[in-house]
Design a protein around this ligand. Structure first.
Ligand SMILES: [Zn+2]
Ligand SMILES: [Zn+2]
Length: 156
């Protein structure tokens, strides 16, 4: 018999039918789905997926060691996605969520309203710890082909 594992993000679904397929290469079609897959990757310690789904122009500044440590030292208890809001341009979106986790100090709730950006075909998480900056008329540092002022500037 094959073992069936529930998905960390949604206990009523199997990992295979939920976040598992995104961890093995399928692209998440909505920011909310990507948020869930990133949460499940944290639970599973799949730091490579966390890196892959962060805005590519932020990769070099990501502190993978700190992310790995945080993932290893926390026990994740659940995710609640509260809302997903797409901006009019369909390339920026906000996902409001609460992640529940536990470490040696106790249980914690992490509330966040995360920005997701779609520079071209794919949604990415914007890491607010690594702010993107550019001149207003320069190409947007998110990697899209538009000017900063017409792309990410209004949302940062
Ligand atoms: Zn899932
Ligand atoms: Zn941009």
């Amino acid at each position: 018999m094959t073992a069936i594992f529930t998905c960390p993000c949604t206990p009523t679904r199997t990992y295979q039918d939920c976040c598992g397929r995104y961890h093995t290469g399928q692209l998440a079609s909505t920011p909310q789905t990507l948020m869930r897959a990133r949460y499940s990757a944290f639970v599973k310690g799949d730091i490579h997926f966390i890196q892959l789904t962060t805005l590519p122009t932020q990769h070099s500044a990501l502190d993978l060691k700190a992310i790995t440590q945080w993932s290893n030292n926390s026990q994740w208890l659940g995710l609640e996605v509260l809302s997903e809001a797409l901006e009019a341009d369909q390339r920026h979106a906000w996902v409001k969520f609460i992640a529940h986790w536990q470490d040696e100090l106790g249980t914690h709730q992490h509330h966040e309203n995360s920005l997701f950006i779609k520079p071209a075909e794919q949604w990415y998480f914007y890491d607010p710890n690594i702010p993107l900056r550019a001149e207003r008329n320069a190409p947007c540092p998110c990697g899209s082909t538009r000017k900063f002022k017409k792309c990410c500037a209004p949302y940062l």
